[in-house]
Design a protein around this ligand. Sequence first.
Ligand code: FAD
Length: 410
Amino acid sequence: MSRDFDILVVGGGMVGASLGVALAGSGRRVGILEARPYGEPGQPSYDDRSTALALGSRHMLERLGVWSDLSREAAPITHIHVSDRGRFGAAHIDAGEQGVPALGYVVPNRAIGAALMGALQDAEGVEMIAPAEVAGFEGSSGNDDEWVSLHLREGQAAGTLRARLVIAADGTASPMRERAGIGIESRPYGQSALIANVSVSRPRAGWAYERFTPDGPLAMLPMGGDRYSLVWTHRDKDLAATLALDDAAFLRSLQARFGWRLGRISTVGRRAAYPLGLTRAREVWRGRLALMGNALHTLHPVAGQGFNLALRDVDALSRALEPVGDPGAPEVLAEYARLREPDMRTVVRLTDAMVRAFSGKRPLPGLLRSLGLLAADGEPSLNRWLARQHMGLHGAVVAKHAVHKHGQRT
Ligand SMILES: Cc1cc2nc3c(=O)[nH]c(=O)nc-3n(C[C@H](O)[C@H](O)[C@H](O)COP(=O)(O)OP(=O)(O)OC[C@H]3O[C@@H](n4cnc5c(N)ncnc54)[C@H](O)[C@@H]3O)c2cc1C
């Protein structure tokens, strides 16, 4: 059996599903193919993690009509405190001084999934096809082909589906990108992120902490009440030992690295680890296939930018698709790439530079790092630029800047 769509999105994770919601009511017939439906064990997108959403992403999710569902689970970030363990200097970004209600929001990935799946149920012109794993495709390499045919794994709903445009939102390994022969630039960092939810004895509502340690960055994101979402970077060689610690020893080790600014870190939930690296596709599109989200760019989570960046991919593609006509036409996809490239380049470079400056193979000498943080705190333009990156407000005018000098050793 063969069915025809205007657009087929491969991957119904956070990015593919967001695109589906964005294209609802666009007059295009859209299908989203997902190998592991929401709620299934092992679903890679809607797992135990939480995501720090930038203010710009909140605005985007409001436009998509999913923010009202998410807001119940979203904990605002009103302050970001960045410090370097054992060195002078700390940078502080304050929402009040930036003239915004919050710099961002922390939301559990499962809540993002629930809101997106709810919205997709009523999405006009959009069909979620799951479980459906794409096993192969043809017709995407040349612009002369009018259609791309996608073959689903044997035994699944429809054997072959056709579309004028295929979006690969199938994650970092992106089998679609690989099959299309689009190369990648990749830089493994030799690090993994250990994530867990923890609770603390002296919570500070709205305060998020990013702490650079000799082993790598450690972030504590407020989830509301006394709960924090921990993202703790480890060198790969040290990861197994930390995962194997019992809870009491784990908490002691975490406390030693994070310090006492939130009081005692008293409980820890399930721990999980994610290998970290930078992956960037060499082409944004080829033929009738375009890449999006992790398939296009996978970043270290140090600056919490991956999904935020991807929501801007969704926005750009939706805008490039506004003119009526062939959705897979080269001019549409060239416009998408044109809209995305400057932002993507900036965020990829910023994130990579942060990882390498603070924890890479050739870390910046301690004094320079301290100066970097002091400069970020005292230098208005740098501080404003950092705040705007965190908020995802590119081009937005931020009236004030935060200037808080901390001379004490942190
Ligand atoms: C520890 C950690 C913390 C993070 N924190 C933040 C943060 O605070 N803020 C932020 O903005 N970003 C953060 N990120 C990044 C963010 O998680 C990613 O940007 C986001 O998950 C990318 O989503 P995606 O949909 O592109 O890919 P994925 O989440 O990998 O989803 C891909 C989907 O495609 C499906 N799929 C794959 N192959 C096929 C196939 N052949 N057929 C059908 N379906 C297929 C998969 O089942 C999956 O559902 C973090 C990442 C990590 C690792």
